[in-house]
Design a protein around this ligand. Sequence first.
Ligand SMILES: [Mg+2]
Length: 325
Amino acid sequence: MRTLKRYTQTWLLDRPFVIARGASTSIDIIRVEIHQDGFVGIGESKPTPRYGHSAESVMEEIDEVSLAIEQGIDRKALLERLPAGPARNALDCALWSLECALEGTTPTARLGPPIGHEIVTAHTISIATPAEMAEAARQELAQGARLLKIKLNDEQVVERVRAVREAAPDVRLIIDANEAWAPENVEAWCRALAELDVEMIEQPLPAGEDGILADFDHPVALCADESCHTREDIARLSDRYEMINIKLDKSGGLTEALAMVEEARKHDMAIMVGCMLGTSMAMRAALPVAAHAVIVDLDGPIWLSSDDVPSLDYRNGWVRETHDT
Ligand SMILES: [Mg+2]
């Protein structure tokens, strides 16, 4: 017999997080616990208004399937019962964690990466003046960051990246425009950022308006984030992007995320694993995707004032799992 609990939590950020769509100073997350035979599986998700989700809508979706979960449906059946998104993510991750706990293991012990393996994660520089972003980059470098992700909108694109590049001449740089660029600028800005040794540009154009990316040679790898939620999106995007950003809150859990890894391979696309802001609970659930990724962006907990999960250690620009339970 299983029992399901679900609740919301609010977590404060230790500094404002600013991207093209706006700024946040706190986040609301949803946690799901599934109890069975003295074991518990826990999943966490974060609703994103960009995709039409709120804490209330996610709780309602969870309630739609709570009886079926308590009656024992598995992860595969859940894929048929709920659409991709944060509600299915929290439930799928809780089922993974319960299923592994019942077998005396964990999702990462089963799927990788190995416990203790140091995984370089991006550290995010949020949008500010070029001078402020350069200073933020210096602070990240002082803490050991090796890969910086620069958030941009459609203003001061080259100036902001140049300021960070001058402050951090040797670090790997990736960009996230969060859909903010206009089609007429995209090719020239890609070329300008290639000259600043940018490694990848995430989602320059709005989802659904990115067809022109197939029309020019990319001087920098482009990565689909807002355009790519589940494996069904991948074939359509394969002539527009070299990489996809898999996030469990978009895919609706680890089960679909691992299917996306397989589908991306068929289309010769590289894997990035990303996150919404969240605690180490949510990041740990995404680690099996990190085992397949060329870029890992799981710095959510670094933005929080506190974290309640001691299983992940963030240091020197990497993250690693410290517990095998
Ligand atoms: Mg992104």
